[in-house]
Design a protein around this ligand. Structure first.
Ligand code: ATR
Length: 282
């Protein structure tokens, strides 16, 4: 769509940024709602991230998303952080106030939970402990969101046990750090299993785990979305578990930023999913 001189401008800051699906995603919504706005890729080298974030205000941007490897640096550069970004120490969404103030937030946990609720509408926090594979940045957002949703115990199973312990220390609440070989025992009474590691992603090693102990009533969510249906999801589906694909987290995490910058609550629809999936295939 053609834009005017008054267009609202946002973008995604990353390095590299060429693989990002966010311009396609926000561009779809801008077209769909006929908004006078633009959303562009912003390739920023790590050495320039602080200057680039402050430049958003000087250039009149409404805000930006922040992706790998800049999420922690963006948290340090922001003038203020919302509670969630402060707790996670990472920012994926920036809004620029009228006075030029940079506010950092983190919508990854929101995206995860909205995706889980849409994909598994019968899932309830009371159904049992959550088991989260991985203890990286994505795991932090997922674990915090599960705790907020009322899950009584979140078991974090990680190859490097100390990293799971660190996550538990940093976030607080009822988080049980576990080594990888404790996975089978951890699955026994689980209400939901979430993979936050890159295992199972195209080009990565397989996620080689034994699901035998997992209750059939448990929901299984992989945040990997390339391929759309990972081996974890297809194996879980085959044994009767409800499965939630990872692409939805990407789509839902984008909603709060779009609403803040462009003044329209956007919707995640099957057409949007199809539009993004086409790019994954390409
Ligand atoms: P992100 O920010 O996307 O979560 P990350 O911080 O690099 O990425 O975290 C990746 C997670 O996947 C970590 O939990 C990592 O385990 P370690 O803490 O032991 O490194 C996990 N991971 C990556 N490759 C793995 C592998 N081959 N086997 C098991 N876990 C793996």
């Amino acid at each position: 769509m053609a834009i005017s001189g008054k267009a609202a401008i946002a973008g995604v800051i990353g390095w590299p940024v060429g693989h990002s699906l966010s311009p396609r995603l926000h561009g779809y919504w801008l077209d769909c709602y006929g908004i006078d706005g633009a959303y562009i890729p912003l390739a920023v080298e790590p050495a320039d991230i602080i200057a680039a974030i402050h430049a958003l205000a000087k250039l009149g941007f409404a805000g930006a998303n922040v992706t790998v490897p800049h999420k922690q640096a963006a948290a340090a550069a922001a003038d203020r952080l919302d509670d969630n970004a402060r707790r996670l120490g990472a920012v994926n969404t920036i809004t620029v106030g009228k006075d030029g103030t940079i506010t950092g937030s983190n919508t990854d946990g929101f995206g995860f939970m909205e995706n889980l609720r849409h994909g598994a509408p019968d899932w309830r926090a009371e159904h049992g402990p959550a088991v989260v594979l991985g203890a990286g940045g994505a795991a932090r957002a997922v674990v915090a969101a599960l705790g907020d949703a009322g899950v009584a115990e979140v078991r974090v199973v990680n190859r490097t046990f100390e990293r799971a312990e660190q996550l538990a220390d940093d976030l607080g609440g009822n988080i049980s750090p576990l080594p990888w070989d404790a996975l089978s025992d951890a699955l026994g009474d689980a209400g939901v299993l979430v993979n936050t590691t890159p295992l199972g992603m195209a080009g990565q090693a397989r996620l080689d785990i034994d699901l035998a102990a997992l209750p059939v009533a448990a929901v299984v969510n992989d945040i990997v979305y390339a391929p759309l249906e990972t081996e974890l999801l297809s194996a879980s589906r085959a044994r009767g578990n409800t499965v939630v694909e990872g692409i939805g987290m990407l789509l839902h995490q984008a909603r709060p930023g779009f609403a803040a910058w462009f003044g329209q609550e956007p919707e995640v629809t099957p057409e949007l999913r199809k539009h993004i999936v086409e790019a994954l295939k390409g």
